[in-house]
Design a protein around this ligand. Structure first.
Ligand code: NAP
Length: 243
């Protein structure tokens, strides 16, 4: 079965990477993209829709992938719920109200929210949780450093905060992580979790050098989401990793 995918934030760096991934995927087809500023016509002049009107795109999709802006995600999730369409968002920097809105619509549609669609990041998160738990009663400070390209709007990154949450779950909040961020050049995405003792350090590092990693993970997760019941999901569910 071919799953038809719609992309919110189609003109963006991630939107374009996801479009290319969908176009070459054997189990997916590109229904089209939603954009704010440059709608370039409907199906007449290309095999998929590019529009600024959700009502033109959403009914054509089996699943929606949102990589847009924190101020827009909950709005589009609510429209997706009106059309009964599964909704995956990788947009970072969502505030509490936006996250609450995603939880609310997940009563009607499958929703997957993740600040990092790299599949290996799921493994790194588990490693961070385990290391934090094992060092919980020891004299260690925890720091999380994220490095991203100069255009990234939020800091610390959503992934840094997700890793920080895993650390806090592991050590019951005993050593809260300190965050720092570097925004420089075209760095795709790097995260270091440093457990610094007195005389020895442990660093867990995750480095992405190619944005297509996020795109591949997003598409794999979206295809999985299209077959799920309404509910709120995270990347761990895609890989069936518990706790
Ligand atoms: N989860 C992950 O693995 C992951 C990985 C990388 C990035 N991200 C996140 O994904 C998001 C997009 O990243 P990017 O690098 O692709 O950014 P980008 O190149 O700036 O693209 C953003 C896209 O969102 C659209 N957009 C911006 N504001 C909007 C609004 N208010 N309403 C509707 N659409 C809006 C833009 O449309 P116009 O062109 O029309 O302005 C553009 O298509 C960011 O939050 C980023 O942190 C997540």
């Amino acid at each position: 079965m071919i799953i038809s995918v719609g992309i919110i934030g189609y003109t963006g760096r991630m939107g374009q990477a996801i479009a290319r991934t969908v176009e070459t995927h054997s189990a997916a087809s590109l229904a089209g993209g939603l954009t704010r500023t440059t709608p370039v016509g409907g199906k007449d002049n290309r095999p998929f829709i590019v529009t600024d009107k959700p009502e033109e795109l959403f009914p054509e999709c089996d699943v929606l992938i949102d990589f847009s802006h924190a101020s827009a995600t909950s709005h589009y999730a609510q429209i997706a719920a009106q059309y009964g369409k599964p909704f995956l968002s990788g947009t970072t920097g969502l505030d509490k109200d936006s996250l609450a809105a995603l939880h609310e619509v997940s009563a009607k549609i499958p929703v997957l929210y993740t600040t990092n669609t790299s599949l290996s990041l799921v493994v790194v998160k588990q490693m961070a949780r385990v290391a934090a738990r094992l060092l919980k009663d020891q004299d260690y400070d925890v720091s999380i450093l994220d490095k991203h390209h100069r255009w990234k709007k939020d800091a610390p990154s959503g992934t840094a905060l997700t890793l920080g949450k895993a650390v806090l779950e592991g050590n019951d909040g005993k050593h809260p992580p300190v965050y720092s961020s570097i925004r420089s050049g075209a760095i795709v995405g790097e995260h270091d979790i440093l457990f610094a003792g007195t005389g020895e350090n442990i660093t867990i590092q995750h480095v992405v050098t190619d944005r297509r990693v996020f795109a591949r993970g997003a598409v794999q997760a979206a295809l999985w989401l299209a077959g799920q019941k309404p509910g709120y999901y995270i990347m761990d569910d895609v890989l069936e990793i518990g706790g």
